[in-house]
Each structure stands twice: as structure tokens, then as C-alpha cells.
Design a protein around this ligand. Structure first.
Ligand SMILES: [Zn+2]
Ligand SMILES: [Zn+2]
Length: 372
């Protein structure tokens, strides 16, 4: 009995050391919480007592009483949380990712929240993720759904900018950053994310950190603005809320687009719409929601309400079709939103993954997932 206890304790001790070593040295975890907080973080009105805070009170943890029903729901075998066959996506190899004339805007969705954006003669990427798992480990964690055409980093054109919404693994991908930092001129990131990027070798001169409502002019006719979302951040055990989270407004002449980032419902949508709307297109998250974490992701009805409050014209639901991050079926978010959009007369834009859409004609209504 004594020996069994000793063996058990030894295993626990070894595992603890492994976890601590991993937490100290694995590069994909990004930077640690700095002992000396950078001045620009300290100055932010959204940074209080060493952490960033949401626009409204937000609960990110669940109670002990929720664990059992959650586990029960996880075990349910009757929900298709993953596609049964590879998703019929569009290859990128023949797509024209050239810098387009100023009057043309194109967006290509690579699944989940990754996009290639061609606007005002610039080519940018939002949240480029190419790892096979949205996880700190390459062998464990949510695995990407199989696609007919798997995208490679070599499919990405030379970039003028990379925009990051927050530091979660399904948005800030270590592998993609290592590969792309030599092929992009600039990074625009929320406060605190610079430390992750520089720890991976990105040139500090290339990185612009923004607080909510900060604006940056990429050219005379192209402006980016970081806007509030309701979410959280963190890549390791002890750095929750140590970097900021945001959405991105892209304003190009009279054209306005919103990349919403990850967000639960909050009270800033009207202000964003008033300042930067009406939006020709909002790309809002619709997926990874749950009754167990209602504050930090939106249910489909909330996605629709957010779009309407923002004064959006067309709505493209994203944050689905690539990773299983919640307990719902993989088609549930889009099917729910289709119903709600019909009821509320909202124009939905539902291109295939990898299909380049043109902002001048947002007529993409094929319900491609139904035959998948
Ligand atoms: Zn997130
Ligand atoms: Zn996410």
C-alpha cells in the first residue's frame, strides 16, 4: 500500500515538473506575463489591476454544478459535431490574390476566422491559422475538419499586413507567424500581443499595437480601427486577460467592413455602428457558443442582433466550419442563423470555404453545407 502511494506521488511529481517545464519553455505558448508591464498597456483605460477588462461584467468560468451536465452533453453521440466527409471547399491555388484596383474589394474565407482581404490595392490577412489543431499541442486538442483541399502556407500571397483579433490558438497561430512574418510588411494587433510576436522573432518595428477605438491609416484611403468585443485571452495557465481582444473595422473610402473577432453580446455595438457604420459587410462569429459560457461567444440570435445593432447591410457568419470548440453540431450555427435571417429579413452571405467574394456583388447564397 505504502509503495503504491509512493509510486502515485512520484508520477504526480513527474507530471507536475513536465507541465511546469512546458509552461516555461514551449515557444508556442508565447510570452510570459512581463514583470515590468509596458507603458502603453498601463495607460489603457481597459487595463486594470494587471489585466484587461471587458466592456461589461463577464463570467468566463463555470460552477462545479455545471460540470456533470456538461460531461453528459459531451458524451451524447447523436449530434454530428464534425462533418462525416471532407468539406467541399475551393482550392486557393488558382485564386487571384493580386493587389486589386482601388475600387475592388475581395475577401476569401479560409474557414473559422482566417481571411485574405484585398482592399484599396493592399493584401491583408486576418487571424491566419494553418496548424492542424487549435491547441498548444500538435498531438492533442481540437483538430481541424478535413477539407477536400487542405490549405498550405505557400498558398498565401505576399502580404501588406496581418491583423490579429486576440491570442487564442484558433486565432494566433505560432506556425503561421513563424512562416509569414518574413512575408508581411506590418502586423496590427491588440495591446499586449506584441510580446508574443517578438518572442517568436518578429521584428518589433513591424508591429503596431492598438487599444479599443484606436485608428491607424494604412494609406490615404485605407483606415483600420480596433473596436471592443466581449471575450478573454490567454495562451498559458497563468496569463488570462493579460493581452487585449478586439474586432477590426476596415474603412476604405465609402466602404466599411467589420471583422467582429470573438465576442459575446455586449453594449458597444451601437457605438461601433454609429462611428463606423453602416457596414457593407459584417463578418461575425457564429459558432462555439454554449449555455455553459454564454458571455464570451454569441448564440446565432445574438449574432443576428449584433449585426442589426451595428447597422450592417450583409452578414457573413464565421467562426464555424473548421474546429469543434463547443457541444453543438457543426451545422447548427449556420442552420439556426439561416432561419433567424429569414425571419428578420437579414441578407446572409454564405460562400464556400476558399471562395473569393467580391464586395461589389454580395450575392452568395448557396447552402453548400447541406450536401456535405
Ligand atoms: Zn477566443
Ligand atoms: Zn475563437
Amino acid at each position: 500500500m505504502k509503495i503504491t502511494l509512493l509510486v502515485f506521488l512520484a508520477i504526480v511529481a513527474v507530471l507536475t515538473v513536465v507541465v511546469l517545464l512546458f509552461n516555461s519553455f514551449a515557444p508556442q505558448l508565447g510570452s510570459k506575463v512581463a514583470k515590468e508591464i509596458p507603458e502603453n498597456l498601463k495607460k489603457s483605460p481597459n487595463f486594470r489591476n494587471g489585466v484587461f477588462v471587458n466592456p461589461v461584467e463577464t463570467n468566463v468560468s463555470f460552477s462545479a454544478g455545471q460540470i456533470l451536465p456538461m460531461l453528459k452533453e459531451m458524451m451524447q453521440g447523436n449530434i454530428n459535431r464534425k462533418p462525416e466527409m471532407p468539406i467541399k471547399n475551393v482550392p486557393l491555388s488558382t485564386t487571384n490574390f493580386a493587389r486589386l484596383p482601388a475600387n475592388q474589394t475581395a475577401i476569401t474565407w479560409l474557414g473559422h476566422s482566417s481571411f485574405i482581404v484585398q482592399v484599396r490595392g493592399k493584401v491583408m490577412m486576418v487571424d491566419p491559422v494553418f496548424s492542424k489543431r487549435a491547441s498548444l499541442l500538435s498531438f492533442m486538442g481540437p483538430k481541424k475538419f478535413a477539407y477536400d483541399f487542405e490549405y498550405q502556407l505557400s498558398d498565401v500571397p505576399e502580404l501588406d499586413a496581418i491583423l490579429i483579433t486576440h491570442d487564442h490558438y484558433d486565432h494566433l497561430d505560432y506556425k503561421a507567424m513563424l512562416n509569414l512574418h518574413g512575408r508581411t510588411s506590418q502586423f496590427y494587433v491588440p495591446l499586449g500581443v506584441k510580446a508574443h510576436l517578438t518572442s517568436w522573432g518578429v521584428d518589433t518595428e513591424k508591429i503596431t499595437e492598438l487599444d479599443w477605438w484606436d485608428e491607424v491609416h494604412v494609406s490615404d484611403s485605407l483606415m483600420l480601427a480596433s473596436v471592443p468585443t466581449r471575450h478573454f485571452t490567454g495562451r498559458r495557465l497563468n496569463n488570462r486577460f493579460s493581452t487585449l481582444w478586439c474586432g477590426w473595422v476596415v474603412k476604405a473610402g465609402s466602404t466599411s467592413i467589420l471583422f467582429g473577432g470573438d465576442s459575446g453580446m455586449h453594449n458597444q455595438y451601437a457605438a461601433i455602428g454609429e462611428k463606423y457604420g453602416p457596414f457593407d459587410l459584417t463578418l461575425l462569429e457564429c459558432g462555439a457558443y454554449s449555455i455553459y459560457w454564454p458571455d464570451i461567444h454569441s448564440f446565432p440570435a445574438e449574432t443576428a442582433t449584433a449585426h442589426q445593432t451595428l447597422s450592417g447591410k450583409a452578414l457573413m457568419p464565421v467562426h464555424w466550419g473548421k474546429f469543434d470548440l463547443a457541444l453543438h453540431g457543426w451545422k447548427e450555427p449556420i442552420e439556426e442563423l439561416v432561419k433567424i435571417a429569414e425571419e428578420r429579413d437579414i441578407q446572409l452571405v454564405t460562400p464556400r470555404i476558399g471562395e473569393q467574394i467580391k464586395l461589389q456583388n454580395l450575392d452568395y447564397t448557396e447552402k453548400w453545407w447541406r450536401s456535405n
